[in-house]
Design a protein around this ligand. Structure first.
Ligand code: FAD
Length: 560
């Protein structure tokens, strides 16, 4: 059997190596347009930043390794230019010589990835403007910034796009000593997450010196006067830049598939079934180039991530080798490290559910510690858990913090993939010692809070719904004095039972505290005394982020 794989990086290389392990006799040709196969594009921002100093470290498996260990017929600098499905042939062009040949296949796998979005803006081809997709891209950026020093003043960089690659590049350029501005068309960074977490990420970026220009799109690039470039935005602002990074996302590279008459979906990705098979039974497609089913919403989506690409490549190898493998769909599970913190998410966001007109969901915010509070170094994790109101099924989670974010979101992601509910989260058995977690791990804690809501022990509301109603703040008087919302009545939790007569019985009482725990205790007391009460999820910590104008603070007395 002869198998041609187009695209020799995440999905393609993973498919080729797995197929060899399953079929020692197949002739496997791995075709790659660029000079390198199987390289770590996820490591590129860190090579630019100098964290991964040696370029060679990015080459996960070299061509000679793939040849000698897996007996693969690797053809780098070789571009597939046409597919003839009826004849079962592929036209291959040697990128260096231009020479073309035709190769026949029994099975064909497309893993051509995505094309970096590059809008046709005036000046976009000026020197000093770079995408970050390949090893040569990273090398070009490094060479440019080394050659074009700022001559005594601080170097400046503009990153166009506030997605995960844009943010990673911003962090790495700050590490290199740049003054960085991120220009983003949307009103917040990281489109897949909700506003509350995005605002926290933005504050964290700003605290580390990154400037943000949100809700503004780039209109043009021009040569600068004091810097190599100037970035002009639609709102009329000018940002000087010694280097510009384009991180506007990727579009599925479906051109070959389209030319071959294969189905391409509405989102522009190659359509495949759960075995990653296109409409042609001998042609498969994987990775950034395909549309996949969102595991949570059941809709077609594009998820350009390394995990799904690698798993899909492996599944195709299994299917070609005659095994019954299927892709389960994806949840878009992601994580980004930013200046010592991490933001991670999986599953559906509130924004996505609203866009789809879905109303059968609830969400809770919490701030559990990353490990037992008494053990040094515990840090709060800001978590948002979204679940089905009707049956408690987990839909999504978003988390931000300086410690333990990855394992919590990974654990919940695995549970979501198993179709788990908030009750499963509550009962999950996780490893625990004080330096790693808590006897009630944040994962359990999230399940407990959400399960309490499901069981009707208490209900939650958002600040937007609560702010015009009766607001009861149950924090201590000294906390309230420092920071409060103007409409709140303060009855500290320890005094609540004695002061119930002060509270209205004809109104809904919206209870706030710092993070939610005391609000929950108070709400349980109130409900059992016949009041109509609910917790404002996220408490003052969240209100201060999302509605700072609602928060008053008493200035501290001047030092004597
Ligand atoms: P790719 O890995 O992009 O490989 C496609 C290859 O096909 C390319 O090398 C291309 O040259 C080749 N090709 C295209 N057309 C042809 C043709 N006609 N003939 C021959 N060859 C062709 N994902 C994460 O999950 N976590 C991360 O932290 C992360 N960080 C990233 C950082 C950066 C800077 C980038 C660029 C991506 C990052 N990703 C990350 C995304 C991840 O790398 C991709 O989702 C993954 O590589 C997709 O795999 P793929 O096989 O579909 O495409």
């Amino acid at each position: 059997m002869k198998v041609i794989i187009i695209g020799g990086v995440a999905g393609g290389a993973s498919c080729a190596a797995r197929l060899r392990r399953l079929d020692e006799h197949a002739h496997i040709i791995l075709v790659e347009r660029g000079p390198y196969v199987s390289y770590a594009n996820c490591g590129l921002p860190y090579h630019v930043g100098g964290v991964i100093e040696k370029e060679a470290k990015l080459l996960v498996a070299t061509e000679s390794y793939l040849r000698s260990y897996f007996n693969l017929d690797v053809r780098s600098n070789c571009e597939a230019v046409a597919i003839a499905p009826k004849e079962k042939t592929v036209r291959l062009r040697n990128v260096s010589t231009g020479e073309e040949i035709t190769e026949a296949y029994d099975r064909l796998v497309l893993s051509p990835g995505g094309d970096a979005v590059r809008p046709p803006l005036p000046g976009i081809d000026l020197p000093g403007i770079f995408p970050v997709r390949t090893v040569p891209d990273a090398r070009a950026i490094r060479e440019w910034v080394e050659r074009n020093g700022a001559g005594g003043r601080k170097s400046t960089a503009v990153v166009v796009g506030g997605g995960f690659i844009g943010l990673e590049m911003a962090e790495n350029l700050v590490h290199r000593g740049f003054d960085v501005t991120i220009v983003e068309m949307l009103d917040h960074v990281l489109a897949p997450i909700d506003t509350e977490h995005a605002m926290v990420v933005e504050a964290h970026l700003q605290a580390h010196g990154v400037r943000l220009a949100m809700g503004d799109a780039v209109a043009s690039f021009a040569k600068g006067t004091t810097t190599a470039l100037e970035v002009r935005t639609k709102s009329g602002k000018n940002y000087p830049a010694d280097v510009v990074i384009l991180a506007l996302g990727v579009r599925p590279n479906a051109s070959l598939a389209r030319m071959a008459g294969l189905e391409v979906g509405e989102l522009g990705g190659i359509r495949v079934d759960e075995r990653m098979r296109t409409g042609d039974p001998d042609i498969f497609a994987v990775g950034d180039a395909v549309e996949v089913k969102d595991f949570v919403t059941g809709r077609w989506t594009l998820i350009p991530l390394a995990g799904p690409a690698n798993r899909q490549g492996r599944i195709v190898a299994d299917v070609i080798a005659g095994r019954d493998a299927r892709f389960r769909g994806t949840q878009g599970t992601s994580i980004i490290g930013l200046f010592g913190a991490a933001i991670a998410w999986t599953g559906a966001s509130e924004k996505t559910l609203r866009r789809l007109g879905d109303t059968d969901w609830e969400r809770v915010f919490m701030y559990p510690n990353s490990h037992a509070a008494y053990y040094p170094g515990a840090k709060p994790i800001m978590m948002k858990v979204i679940f089905r109101r009707s049956d408690g099924r987990l839909l999504g989670v978003q988390a931000f913090g300086e410690d333990g974010v990855d394992k919590r979101v990974s654990a919940i992601a695995a549970l979501i993939q198993m179709g788990a509910t908030v009750y499963d989260l509550e009962e999950s058995e996780l490893c625990y010692a004080p330096q790693f977690g808590s006897a009630k791990d944040p994962v359990n804690f999230a399940g407990m809070v959400a399960s309490n809501v499901m069981r009707g022990d208490f209900s939650v509301t958002s600040w937007a719904n609560a702010r015009d109603g009766y607001v009861l703040d149950v924090r201590e008087e000294n906390e309230f004095a420092l920071e409060y919302v103007a409409q709140a009545v303060n009855v500290p939790l320890p005094q609540l039972r004695a002061r119930l007569s002060e509270l209205p019985r004809d109104r809904t009482i919206n209870v706030i505290c710092k993070a939610g725990l005391r609000g929950y205790y108070a709400t349980r007391i109130l409900l059992q005394h016949g009041f109509d009460a609910r917790v404002v999820t996220g408490g003052m910590l969240l209100i201060a982020r999302i509605d700072p104008s609602a928060v008053r603070s008493t200035p501290l007395p001047a030092p004597k």
